[in-house]
Design a protein around this ligand. Structure first.
Ligand SMILES: Nc1ncnc2c1ncn2[C@@H]1O[C@H](COP(=O)(O)OP(=O)(O)OP(=O)(O)O)[C@@H](O)[C@H]1O
Length: 696
């Protein structure tokens, strides 16, 4: 009988010799290394636990997943251990690196179809396996598809992105929303009805486009814009004209994956049978076509880094250009974009400026994709017809024109930004209340961490910990993520979506939150990005003088286009607590009228807000009661009921206070409105009299 003896990789750093750096992610650096006792080349992912902004649970989960999976297309860790304050994850060395790196160094325009078909088929095998075992990968993209010198493909990286889908508590404890927006399914962005393994199918479709073009759709845009584009536009796809070189079956595959309604996307298993995969070839073919003539991975990685550094120098003057930053991060393959709440708010306020700035054509403009040759499922045409007008008007930059943006902002809480509340719904006050797991363990020595987080046990016995993890891990009860996150985070909507802080400029933000800056600890480029962002957004003066010209309810909208200068600003000053002076020298009835109309409109919007808040408060209390009654609710399995109840109560109180203050404000507005109307009548009367006198 043949016994397959599994190699035992040592769990001591001195048994390894680190060579050159071959990869860098948001949370880790990856080295080629030698396992001395086994005389085997490996890759070691080194995570500095002290610097790492991930919570330790997330890391633990990644390691666990990597240890327990067992499939030729899924990257499996040999072992992991801590050394000093670092966690080392030892894995097979994938000499080709990631598909993204290969494209960046040798195939900037993307791969040929047979290569794509082979890469996708192998990746899909990994997804079939993961989904079958109840895992959702959540970060499928070319940067996580690794290839070895024999052309074997492995899907990697179970780390950072998993954090964001975890139990509500942990997500709420951070002021960031972590993920990779270009690949992110709309339902994941919205988080309205939960999401499931179909989110991976969307990312798979985006990855297909990435492999075909050398970059993902919308990759040049900043995260906020990507989110809006994904939600507003029709799904991206292969274009009839531009993508002539690709077969109809490829186009169909992409179209099938990129359906906004996750229910209508095929499962990984079903997709596996797609006739497109008839174009797929062997691993050997992959090795010959895309790996064999490449420079060694370390060298390529160095060149890529140098290129990035050059870009930074060349574009120094454009540091503030977030598109540039996105592009740079994209080039590096960074996946864990930092969706900092304040950044997003600022971006939302500045989004028109982006639009004016960027007329660059997006080749993936969604409007193009429904060309005759691309078979669009009927349901897609109908369910997404609403998007199509947007998409077609925005072919140039793949985004809606100013008017569309305007209307999005006008209905701020109702349109896409509302849909993005899942991203925003992380209370600022939660920031201090850092995740218990992180706060509690960040400064423990790593042994303590290990004993708490069971990593040590994972080193020894790979499978045993799966059960331990099941309550909180990304390893889900088959294919389902419950909606509790929506519930948990939703309660913060008013804070984030309705707060006048929405209008806080970057400079204000800095002065408001000096401590936040220091608390943030994003490794490498993200930290850098934070700093640059902070430096480069407009000053408070920029936004208060001229730029911030219109308020939507309690929001400011920054656009010179939107509001006539003069009276509106003076009229609005009371809204922000200033004094209203209807007796200004230039005061005329004609100048007052638009302002009054605006106030009326504003009142209406505020009324709507209040109604929505009340509804929301009712819903929250309803769910609260339900949760308490249910007892066995999954939400409550994750955290003790009492904590949840307290949280909900405090959220309710916040909501009530907010409602009260909005109601007060509404009342104030009404009174002012009445006064203004009176004054208007008086002025009109005066003018009439004057005219008569003059005529006489
Ligand atoms: N086993 C491996 N062999 C060769 N290269 C690897 C290996 N694992 C990772 N890499 C390279 O290192 C890069 C970063 O690794 P990884 O994605 O695991 O880090 P991360 O911090 O989780 O990154 P991110 O979340 O930004 O994708 C990968 O994109 C890949 O190019």
């Amino acid at each position: 009988m043949d016994l397959v003896v599994e190699k035992r990789f040592p769990v001591d750093a001195k048994d390894y010799r680190l060579y050159e750096e071959v990869g860098e992610g948001v949370s880790a650096t990856v080295y080629r290394a030698l396992c001395i006792p086994l005389n085997e080349i490996v890759a070691i992912k080194v995570l500095d636990l002290e610097k790492c902004n991930n919570d330790l649970d997330g890391i633990r989960r990644e390691v666990q997943t990597m240890r327990v999976t067992n499939h030729p297309n899924v990257l499996r860790a040999h072992c992991s251990f801590t050394t000093g304050h670092c966690l080392w994850v030892v894995m097979p060395y994938m000499a080709g690196g990631s598909c993204l790196h290969i494209m960046k160094s040798a195939y900037p325009e993307g791969f040929e179809e047979p290569v794509i078909a082979t890469l996708l088929r192998e990746t899909l095998k990994a997804l079939v396996y993961l989904h079958f075992h109840g895992h959702i990968h959540r970060d499928v993209k070319a940067g996580n598809i690794l290839i070895d010198s024999n052309g074997a493909i492995k899907l990697a990286d179970f780390g950072v992105s998993a954090c964001m889908f975890d139990a509500g508590d942990r997500q709420r404890s951070r002021n960031t929303f972590v993920g990779t927006p270009c690949w992110m399914a709309p339902e994941v962005m919205q988080q309205l009805h939960g999401y499931d393994f179909k989110a991976d199918i969307w990312s798979f479709g985006i990855t297909a486009l990435e492999l075909a073009h050398g970059h993902a759709p919308f990759s040049k845009y900043p995260p906020m814009k990507v989110l809006l584009m994904t939600l507003q536009n029709a799904p991206p796809g292969l274009d009839y004209e531009r993508d002539k070189r690709f077969s109809k079956s490829f186009k169909e595959l992409v179209t099938a994956c990129l359906v906004k309604d996750p229910k209508k996307r095929p499962t990984a298993e079903k997709l596996m049978k797609h006739h497109f995969f008839k174009h797929a070839r062997s691993n050997d073919f992959l090795a010959r076509s895309i790996v064999d003539n490449l420079a060694p991975l370390g060298e390529r990685f160095r060149m890529l880094k140098a290129k990035e550094a050059d870009l930074l120098v060349q574009n120094k003057a454009l540091y503030e250009d977030k598109e540039q930053l996105s592009q740079q991060e994209y080039i590096r393959g960074i996946s864990a974009w930092n969706f900092n709440l304040e950044d997003l708010k600022s971006q939302a306020a500045l989004i028109q400026d982006y639009d004016c700035m960027s007329n660059a054509e997006d080749p993936n403009s969604s409007g193009k994709q429904n060309h005759a040759d691309v078979e669009v499922p009927a349901e897609r045409l109908s369910t997404e017809s609403g998007n199509h007008s947007n998409a077609t008007t925005s072919q140039d930059d793949g985004f809606n024109n100013l008017h569309d943006l305007e209307s999005s902002l006008a209905s701020f809480p109702i349109k896409p930004l509302q849909a993005l509340k899942g991203c925003f719904d992380v209370g600022e006050d939660d920031e201090g209340a850092t995740s218990p797991s992180w706060k509690g363990t960040a400064h423990l020595d790593t042994d303590q961490f290990l004993s708490k987080g069971s990593l040590g046990a994972i080193d020894q016995e790979s499978g045993r910990n799966e059960g331990e993890n099941s309550g909180r891990s990304s390893s889900l009860p088959r294919h389902v993520i419950l909606e509790h996150k929506k519930f948990l985070s939703g309660s913060l909507i008013p804070d984030n979506a309705f707060s006048s802080k929405k209008a806080v400029g970057e400079a204000d933000r800095d002065s408001l939150q000096p401590k936040n800056q220091s608390e943030r600890n994003y490794s490498g480029p993200l930290l850098y990005r934070q700093r640059r962002d902070t430096n480069n957004l407009p000053s408070a003066e920029d936004t208060s003088e001229g730029a911030v010209v219109q308020r939507k309810g309690r929001f400011k909208v920054t656009s010179a286009e939107l509001s006539p200068k003069g009276p509106i600003n003076s009229i609005f000053s009371p809204v922000s607590g200033g004094s209203m002076s209807p007796t200004t020298p230039n005061f005329t009835a004609a100048s007052l009228l638009p302002s009054l109309q605006f106030i009326l409109q504003q009142n209406t919007m505020q009324r709507e807000e209040i109604i929505r808040l009340i509804k929301y408060a009712e819903e929250t209390s309803g769910k609260h009661a339900e949760s308490a009654d249910a007892g066995t609710n999954d939400l409550l399995q994750v955290t003790p009921a009492s904590t949840k109840e307290k949280e909900l109560q405090s959220q309710m109180i916040t909501l009530q206070q907010r409602i009260a203050s909005i109601a007060e404000e509404l009342q104030r507005q009404k009174i002012k409105n009445a006064q203004l109307e009176k004054q208007l009548h008086a002025v009109v009367g005066e003018e009439g009299k004057m005219r008569k006198v003059n005529e006489a």
